[in-house]
Ligand binder design. Structure first.
Ligand code: NAP
Length: 263
């Protein structure tokens, strides 16, 4: 299937590892111009090198802490200097710290709010003027199945991802007439560093090993296994494509069926 996005410019945030990296690789395979970012220069260089070898891509990378508005503005400026515009924005971020209500400080809430919600607001604000001018654009936010069903011990994610969902739906109403779509992809248990760290955290609380915790997570999924980052990426790339031109304001979970609710 020709997705119709060859040569489009894609900015994917938090993309040196895990799901963000798989998304960047997927777009590189489609022949897009790629811009990636994270806080660690070495891992960005490593990821770019891999993409050059595997996909003959020349990704642009920028060091950016999504908690910092100046970093976000500098990243956007640098991508514009490199490619002239952003056609597709994929908003990813590091996962907020785990914890129950009693474990979390005012600072934890404030950091999670800035990272999870404000990074999406700020980046959308920066890319939208050009998308509106060219009457084409795609924004896809990576959230979590926490928006459908709270996840144990993830109070911050359970609370703040819902804000991204509300933002995306509202924004989709405002920009739909300009041929810009705004959607969310909600991953279930996906085998990345983040999931490994969550398993280690739960292991400490439960007395089980992290291997047992990962096995328990897989057992809870009707497909009886954890997801791969490339399986999340596939949905994101489809939503960003010309084939998904009439899909906007939605949240699509990619979770092997683990969400228990019908809707
Ligand atoms: N994996 C799952 O099972 C799962 C399920 C549902 C939702 N999610 C959500 O999906 C997102 C991606 O998860 P993942 O599993 O791919 O995580 P991951 O493997 O830990 O990768 C996280 C990426 O984000 C970057 N990052 C972290 N904090 C950042 C910051 N402040 N500014 C810029 N970049 C930052 C990391 O690089 P640096 O550390 O070098 O900055 C890394 O490239 C997270 O929000 C997570 O909560 C994951």
């Amino acid at each position: 299937m020709d997705l119709g996005i060859k040569s489009k410019t894609v900015l994917i945030t938090a993309s040196s590892k895990g799901i963000g990296k798989a998304v960047a690789e997927g777009f590189a395979a489609e022949g897009c111009n790629i811009a990636i970012c994270s806080r660690n220069k070495e891992s960005l260089i490593e990821t770019s090198k891999e993409m050059r070898t595997k996909y003959k891509a020349e990704p642009f990378w920028g060091v950016c802490d999504l908690n910092n508005i100046k970093d976000i503005e500098n990243l956007h400026d640098a991508v514009i200097k490199q490619f002239g515009k952003v056609d597709i924005l994929v908003n990813n971020c590091g996962g907020p710290v785990p914890g129950f209500f009693n474990d979390l400080s005012e600072m934890d809430w404030s950091n999670a709010f800035t990272q999870v919600l404000m990074s999406v607001v700020r980046l959308s604000n920066l890319v939208l003027p050009e998308m509106i001018k060219q009457e084409w654009g795609r924004i896809v936010n990576i959230t979590s199945i926490a928006v459908k069903q709270p996840v144990h011990n993830l109070m911050l994610s359970n609370s703040l991802r819902a804000g991204v969902t509300g933002f995306a739906k509202s924004l989709s109403n405002e920009v739909g007439s300009k041929n810009i779509t705004v959607n969310n992809v909600a991953p279930g248990y996906t085998l990345t560093n983040r999931l490994y760290e969550l398993a280690v955290n739960r292991a400490k609380l439960s007395g089980k090993s992290h291997e047992e915790i990962l096995a328990d997570m897989a057992k809870d999924v009707p497909m009886n296994r954890l997801g791969g980052p490339e399986e999340i990426a596939a949905m994101i790339i489809f939503l960003a494509s010309n084939k998904a031109s009439y899909i906007t304001g939605t949240t699509i979970q990619v979770d092997g069926g683990s969400t228990k609710a019908i809707f």
